[in-house]
Ligand binder design. Structure first.
Ligand SMILES: *Cc1c(COP(=O)(O)O)cnc(C)c1O
Length: 438
């Protein structure tokens, strides 16, 4: 498989190069040059396949450079947790993507990407340093994904006092090859420092500096796998043959791009709903045909507070910029904070299940289409565990829910971070001698 740039001005590269480069030299996102088709016998065999077997089959189509037996090993190391399709109501299912170490779906992609990078680094006997700025979830998924992974050091820059205690604990208690820098400033300051580092030839060359943001194909491709796995479970465990509608709570639209790829590959999916919060530039684009990025606004589903979603470029590429065709496949719905709280209550009263605010946005978007009774199968991507958002759940239900063990253990560990001013000279000194930190 070759990957080209959505901007069309960079040479095509293989999976390895797209993985290491992140973004194409022309500033565009990498996309597969063609979307491979899944053969009918494979689709028919889905009910008897495992998550790992489906993963091997799909990822091998996109990353042919990794031999099958190595790919098996990477997948086994990356996905050490289940991704169950759970029935919530008649015809309404949650694809629980949040059973990884940071209890959000980003673990699935970040952990595969970490294993894939490490695989090539081991072969090439090289070491790299990854630097990321985070407003919360990305940093913790990357930190956990790369924790103890050979040949990699990670620096996570986060804004002091501006992320939740839980998110901070998840990034700062690992130690080892994960270095947390607590920046006296905003997320934008962190991002600016990362950009300065990536533009500093001396540091880039001395440390093999790179980044690991959500646009990397190493995170996108593995996300295709769980939609095919959802189909396998719908047909197998739940005995439903009708192609489902898939609802994806969306921010940067990577997860929605993955389901669009899964469908293009021939996975029987009827259509999808892109559910956003008040950050509704994509619903607006589908309705009007005009894309107007805006600064993001803060909502209860804060991991989806994105005003300029980068993966829209991949969707436009897939649909050859035909907004009419896109509209036929993708229904987009924007859900308010009030509706999000109301949905947490409604679903809790109907089923006893507590939704996290992001998943609640998805379920509410599905109910807009169908109301309370679902005549056809609907799968909502459940992107986070509700225990990660105790304040919102408290507001909706008037009470707390018990934290999962993984979170309570994390809360007790010692925070190890270095407090720095938003001054690039400090960051540079640390990047050049990471051993001074640990
Ligand atoms: C990142 C995130 C999203 C948005 O996913 P995209 O792929 O950026 O659209 C949704 N929910 C949660 C919990 C997230 O962390």
């Amino acid at each position: 498989m070759h990957y080209g740039s959505v901007n069309g001005k960079s040479p095509a590269v293989g999976f390895r190069d797209a993985l290491f480069q992140g973004m194409a030299p022309d500033g565009g996102l990498y996309v597969p040059e063609q979307i491979p088709h899944l053969p009918t016998p494979f689709l028919e065999s889905l009910p008897s396949q495992s998550l790992h077997a489906i993963g091997r089959r799909i990822i091998s189509l996109f990353a042919g450079e990794i031999p099958d037996h190595d790919l098996s090993r990477l997948i086994e190391r990356a996905w050490t947790f289940p991704i169950p399709l759970v029935k919530l109501e008649e015809n309404l299912f949650l694809l629980e993507l949040y059973h990884g170490p940071t209890l959000a779906f980003k673990d699935v992609g970040a952990r595969f990407m970490a294993q894939a990078l490490s695989y090539f680094l081991e072969k090439e006997q090289r070491h790299i340093t990854i630097v990321v700025a985070t407003s919360g979830d990305t940093g913790s998924a990357v930190a956990h994904g790369f924790y103890n992974v050979p040949h990699v050091d990670v620096f996570v820059l986060y804004p002091s006092g501006r992320i939740s205690k839980l998110q901070e604990q998840q990034m700062t208690t690992l130690g080892g090859n994960i270095h947390a820098l607590e920046v006296e400033g905003t997320f934008d300051d962190c991002q600016h420092l990362v950009k300065q580092a990536l533009a500093d030839r001396e540091v880039v060359e001395a440390r093999n500096l790179t980044t690991a943001n959500s646009i990397n194909v190493g995170r996108l491709i593995p996300q295709i796998v769980y939609y095919v796995w959802a189909l396998a479970q719908l047909r197998g465990a739940h005995g439903i043959q009708t192609p489902p509608t898939v609802v994806v709570p969306s921010g940067n639209f990577g997860n929605l791009t993955a389901v669009a790829y899964a469908r293009s590959m021939g996975t029987p999916i009827d259509g999808f709903i892109a559910a956003t919060n008040a950050n509704d530039v994509v619903p607006e684009y589908l309705a009007s045909g005009t894309f107007t990025p805006r600064p993001s606004v803060q909502t209860y589903s804060n991991a989806m507070d994105v005003g300029n979603p980068s993966n829209l470029a991949r969707l436009q590429f897939l649909y050859k910029n035909h907004v009419e065709t896109m509209r036929r496949d993708i229904q987009a719905e924007s859900v308010t904070d009030e509706e999000t709280l109301d949905e947490i209550r409604v679903t809790y009263e109907r089923t006893g299940t507590v939704l996290d605010p992001h998943t609640a946005v998805g379920v509410r978007a599905a109910r807009r289409m169908y109301g309370l009774i679902f005549p056809r199968p609907v799968i909502v991507a459940a992107t986070a565990h509700p225990g990660k958002f105790p304040e919102v759940v408290q507001r909706a239900l008037g009470r707390q829910i018990p934290l999962p063990a993984a979170l309570t253990e994390g809360m007790r560990k010692q925070k190890q971070s270095l407090f720095i001013k938003p001054d690039y000279r400090e960051v540079k000194a640390l990047l050049l001698s990471p051993s001074s930190l640990s």
